[in-house]
Design a protein around this ligand. Structure first.
Ligand code: C2E
Ligand code: CA
Ligand code: CA
Ligand code: CA
Length: 277
């Protein structure tokens, strides 16, 4: 039994080394990924619950690795965060997304707003405020057209510092959205102090909504509370018509999910939005 234990241990260690090795390789690649234009933004539309019209788009980054193919953000954002690569990466995402929105507004006369995800690490640097201001200025965008999404846990982590940066962004006119809501344990008192205008209910609550009475009760309470604070509630991960009608009945303002529109490359979204197409 002892030798089995040791073999198991050795095997475990070997595979762990392999994965650390993999991560190091990936990190090296990530350094040049931006210059090589391997990072691509996908855009997922956000719809009003009642009329079903597009009100905004969320930019989601993806890595088209020349050898490994598509790498989803969950696999390289945490790596980028560990190495501070998230700073140039995040600045690129912001600039590219702003460029694209400016193009859409100019050429298609849409009134969409743009949502960009921020990592907790970006949020710890006061330079974020200048990075945001710079991107808006370069592409002549109204600050009110930009929404920055931070997760509930990011907002909670260093509450006072977060609040200070959020306030500066808010004063600039940028909108703040609390992403993945319901996965953290924020106090309502603190949430109420945040200058947020939107809250996104985590898709974990949306999944079984129609069958799980507890999830339904939680969502219903969140919507009621946030509506009373005059804030907009978005549900993400809407995959079925059943979820859609449930969320609409509960009073969600906007919906996002595969049912209504998947994340798409800019040219595909162009097609998708063609009248009648
Ligand atoms: P998120 O901000 O919660 O983004 C929503 C994720 O859910 C996206 O995954 C999207 O493709 C997926 N999704 C959308 N609709 C549905 C649906 O109906 N069903 C299901 N099952 N999934 C749906 P993605 O693109 O893999 O992104 C994962 C996470 O990576 C994002 O979660 C966000 O936290 C992070 N991320 C993405 N882009 C960026 C970025 O530019 N910067 C930072 N810091 N994080 C990013
Ligand atoms: Ca998001
Ligand atoms: Ca989310
Ligand atoms: Ca998430």
């Amino acid at each position: 039994a002892k030798s089995v234990g040791r073999d198991t241990y050795c095997f475990f260690e070997a595979s762990m080394n392999a994965s650390i090795h993999q991560q190091l390789l990936l990190m090296q690649d990530l350094r040049v990924a931006i210059q090589r234009r391997e990072l691509v933004l996908y855009y997922q539309p956000k719809f009003t619950a009642h009329e079903g019209s597009v009100v905004g788009i969320e930019a989601l980054v993806c890595w088209e690795h020349p050898e490994r193919g598509m790498i989803p953000p969950d696999e390289f954002i945490p790596l980028a965060e560990k190495t501070n690569m998230i700073m140039p990466l995040g600045a690129w995402v912001l600039d590219e997304a702003c460029r694209q929105l400016a193009e859409w507004r100019r050429e298609r006369h849409v009134e969409w707003t743009l949502s960009v995800n921020l990592s907790a690490v970006q949020f710890r640097h006061a330079s974020l405020v200048d990075t945001v201001r710079g991107a808006l200025h370069r592409h002549a965008l109204d600050p009110g057209w930009l929404t920055l999404e931070i997760t509930e846990s990011t907002a909670m982590r260093d509450a006072d510092a977060s609040l200070h940066i959020l306030q500066q962004l808010h004063e600039m006119g940028v909108c703040i959205s609390i992403d993945d809501f319901g996965t953290g344990y924020s106090s309502l008192l603190y949430l109420q102090r945040l200058p947020a205008t939107e809250l996104k209910i985590d898709r974990g609550f949306v999944r079984d909504l129609a069958h799980d009475t507890e999830d339904a009760a939680i969502v219903s309470a969140i919507v009621a509370l946030w509506r009373s604070l005059n804030l907009s509630v978005v549900a993400e991960g809407v995959e079925t018509t059943e979820q859609k009608s449930f969320l609409t009945a509960l009073g969600c303002h906007s919906l996002q999910g595969y049912l209504l529109g998947k994340p798409m490359r800019a040219d595909v979204l162009d097609q998708f939005m063609q009248p009648g197409g």
